[in-house]
Structure formats: C-alpha cells, structure tokens
Design a protein around this ligand. Sequence first.
Ligand code: G6P
Length: 365
Amino acid sequence: VAAEKDGYPHFMLKEIHEQPTALRNTLKDRIIGDTVDLDNMNITADYLKDIKNISIVACGTAYNAGLVGKELIEGLLRIPVEVSVASEFRYRNPLVDDKTLVIVVSQSGETADTLAALRESKRRGSKVLAITNVKGSSVAREADFIFQTIAGPEIAVASTKAYSTMLLGFYLITLYFGQLLGKEMPKELYSGLKELPILADKIIIETEKQIESLIKPFEGWGDSFFIGRGLDWHVAEEGSLKLKEISYIHAEAYAAGELKHGTLALIEKDIPVIALATQKDVYEKTVSNIKEVKAREGYVIALAQEGDTEIGKSVDQVLAIPKVPSLLTPILTVLPLQIISYYVATSRGCDVDKPRNLAKSVTVE
Ligand code: G6P
C-alpha cells in the first residue's frame, strides 16, 4: 500500500498533489480554441431549449460542488437552478418533471441517496445528467447523459481531486450548454480554464511553503470559521467540511454578510477565521465583514487575488491566489483550504485517510 502512495504519507496528500494532473486530464480534448466539445454527451440543442429548470442533487463534497454549479449555470445561462441534498430530495415532492434536467453529482457513482434521487427524477419524467468519476458506476449506468471527471481513483475519504474536477465539469458543461443555446460565453473563461492546471500547481507549492504559519492559528482551538461571499462562500463550505471531516475541529462556513445576524457573537479573541476575498464585485463588502471580525479580535487568514495590496492591512495573514477571472477562483481557492485542513489534522495526529465514523462511499440510505 505504501507504494501506491508514491512516497506520500497519506492518500489525501497524494490526491491533493494530483490535482493539476486531474484537471489537465479532465480538460483534455474538451476545449478546442474557444469551443467546448462535449458532443459525446449526446445532449441536443432542441432538448436544452425546451428545459425550464435544472435541479442539482448530490451529497457531501459533491453537493458543495453543486452550489458552485448553480452560480455558473444561473449566471451564464439564466436558467433557474435548485441544489438539493440527495437525502432530502426524494422526501419533499421535488419540483421536477419532463421539463427539468436533473444533474446528479457523485464521485463514486454509488451513493445510495444520490442513486435514489436519480431514480425518483426519472420516475417523474426528468432526464438525468451524471457528473461522476467512475465509469460504469450505478449512477453512470442509469443516467441519460454522462460527464466523466478524469481524476483517477480517489482513495482518501476526504474528497479533494474529485471536487476540483467536478467544478471543472460544471464550467465545461455550462459553456457547452451556452454554445448549444447560442449564447455569448465570456471568451476569457476558455483560456482561463486551460491555465488552471499550471496555476493549481503554483498555489499548492506556495501554500505548502507557508504551511507552518497557516496552521499555527488553529492550535488548541475546537472551533473555526470560514467566510466569503458568492462563489467564495460556496468554497468556504467545502473548506469547512474538509476541516471538520479530518481534524474534528468544528468549522462553520458563513456568507460573510450574514455573520452580523448571529454568528458574530461567537467571534472571540484569536479564534481562527479563514476569509475568502477573491470576488471582485463584492470585494469591498467582504473586506468590511472581515473588519467586523477583526474588531472582535478574531485571527484572520485571508485568501485574496494576487496583487491585492489592500487586504493585508485588515488581516493577520494573506495567502495570494493567482489572478484569474472571479468566476474561475473556486478551483484555486479550494486547494489551500484542503492543504490547511490536511496539515492541521496531521499536526493533531488524526488518521486523515480514515476519519472516524466516515466512509468513502455510503451505499446505504
Ligand atoms: C461520503 C464521503 C464524502 C462524499 C460523499 C458523496 O460521505 O465521505 O467525501 O462527498 O460520500 O460521495 P459521492 O461518491 O456520491 O460523490
């Protein structure tokens, strides 16, 4: 087994480092110039034009990927999207029918709740697009359309490369749908996506260089916060899930502007807060939320775009994310969050590949 880890102490760390390659493989042959080619998905423009809404259904990390997917699809395609936790979906008479495209997201393709949601959607007349990492999985076999992520086998219970490639899947699917629907898609996204593998490599190296100072603030704490707005908030959700799963530190992800409606009461001196501030449109607002945390003496680590010379004045530490269009940041910002979680957990002696009470694939409902 040691050999399969390629010299890494844990599968999770190996898989974190495999992300540039996983992204490259998932992109391969799917962007040609300014065009996304997913023709082998066999979705037709006629079918898409007839769709009234999209419903994304998933569990855990895949659900968090769906939150980003919703923003992309609604933002670029203006099609209404709902995101549901699969274990809830079936039991609340979901609003899906033959005018709904249901997108199920599942690394393993075997999660019982997700599979049940897929079947329920089909029973109601919806077509199902599966984003999955496992060829021939149950979800892949039963879906009408498939987008396969090419992350390679993911062994660690805490998902890393599956998440980033699921996100990539959502970008490619959104751009492809845009093309089919004859909508103008932002050109910079095509070139930006192609650059992500190299930038991912860069941010992984940069984060590990600074890791001592990034994990120090968590020492001795049983609580922490992750805040951000828009896409940053959704990545904060995934960052907090990672930390909880493997380090057992309670982590609360919050929309930065919502803090003042309650959670701010929990901010105390030196409590670790990771603040994502990469979204241009809401940047000033996010900084003012960060200041609210600093006023209560929380310890703030900010993830900000490279070249941001302002943020350093308001926080305790800054980690610079390579400059990309705001819409593309999630694939990069999640990487330091995974790495921080990993090193916080190992510094506490946690078995990160096999966290207590959790399973890689949950095949019971
Ligand atoms: C389990 C794993 C999570 C994963 C979730 C969904 O709970 O521990 O890491 O996100 O299942 O798995 P799936 O294979 O459907 O993406």
